[in-house]
Design a protein around this ligand. Sequence first.
Ligand SMILES: NC(=O)c1ccc[n+]([C@@H]2O[C@H](COP(=O)([O-])OP(=O)(O)OC[C@H]3O[C@@H](n4cnc5c(N)ncnc54)[C@H](OP(=O)(O)O)[C@@H]3O)[C@@H](O)[C@H]2O)c1
Length: 429
Amino acid sequence: MSPRNWRVGVAGLGTVGAGLLTFLSERPGFAPAGGQVTVSGVSARSRSRPRPFDISGLRWFDDPVALAQSDEVDLFVELIGGSDGPAKAAVEAALKAGKPVVTANKALIAEHGAELAALAEAAGVPLLFEAAVMGGTPAVKMVREAMVGDDVRSISGILNGTCNFILSEMEQGGRAFEDVLAEAQRLGYAEADPTMDVGGFDAAHKITILAALAFNCAPDFAACEVEGVDQVELLDIRMAKDLGYRIKLIASAERSDEGVSVRVHPSLVPLAHPLAQAGGALNALFIEGQRLGRIFIQGAGAGAAPTAAAVAADIADVMTQAVRPVFQRPATELAAFTPVDRSRSLVRAYLRLLVKDEPGVIAAVSETLAEAGVSIESFLQKPVEDAEGVPIVLTTHSVSEAVLAQAVERIAGHPAVIKAPRLMRIARI
Ligand SMILES: NC(=O)c1ccc[n+]([C@@H]2O[C@H](COP(=O)([O-])OP(=O)(O)OC[C@H]3O[C@@H](n4cnc5c(N)ncnc54)[C@H](OP(=O)(O)O)[C@@H]3O)[C@@H](O)[C@H]2O)c1
């Protein structure tokens, strides 16, 4: 093999695999290091499935592990997906065989990143995953490479295009969550099983990876608190807007003296903030560094061509033959996540209540919250929309999460409150 001719094995020929094969067939000499990239073997579930490109001239492997181990493969690209199963087995096989690996698989890296980094570093080969976060928008390289001279304090982003599309459509079209989700599925923006996206888990995988890169920790998916958009109601979107906010699914990672906080939840973002302006299926990311200050990037987070572009950028990096630690520090030196004590962290909150349409109820609610130690910042009451009750919304001043949780419990038990209160955080950005 000439070092200038890289033979690539591609496992997974779905959306991203198709995008990559199309790109490589058009631009085999794309890499700045020079040389050619040739696809020497492919693997997918079904050999006979129609594909948007011709695979008849390519060597077929039923088993992606055999492809990863093939003598005809210098670089293995994993585009199957899933945290375990064939994707993990094939990546492990490639690394154990001393082959560089490029993957777009956020679930795999978020859940098994540290052990795979140890395998890669033991073999002295790169394990790259630019496409795993924000698709084609270069977030991973920015945090891992361009920001090594800084200390990242916090990261906040919109990292799931499907959720962003759903929330944007709900607001613009005045439509309910279920209605927009069904349309997103028809258009192919959302999977038939939307749990990974709307449940917040996809964004959680991505912020887990960014947190590990930014804070030199081993990725710890279990430490990420996750809440999706499936409980966001149109009423909340409207009420939040009246108060000067837009609801976004915000993935955040923050480091303080007390530890690291990594979470995903629907949050209220001030309407003028760039994260509130990122509509449709866009992804966006805000990073705050001690020296660089604030950085904002925005772009396509998915799709065949943008994601394949990120995979191609990683292939080009492998071709330069520079090998860096997978997560900024060698796998053996990565710290464990030290989660912050939630009860002590401060938050500003949005609280929506459905109360009985009776005199004195609002005063009673305010009093109960004040007794529980929560101070109200603003208050909004909507005209009666149905016979069931009156929706009222309030935002709080900064309060500890423990005090807020106790206050919400007390208010939920108040005889004038008809339904369980809806609580959302106001983003700290
Ligand atoms: N789609 C995006 O825009 C996007 C963006 C960023 C990152 N990613 C990540 O990229 C990866 C691929 O996503 P995708 O959207 O391209 O997925 P996809 O369209 O569902 O494609 C998955 C591919 O894996 C193949 N596959 C499944 N099981 C297999 C097995 N046991 N052995 C060999 N091949 C197998 C499938 O084969 P068949 O074709 O025969 O069914 C299919 O070609 C995932 O990790 C995803 O999270 C995707």
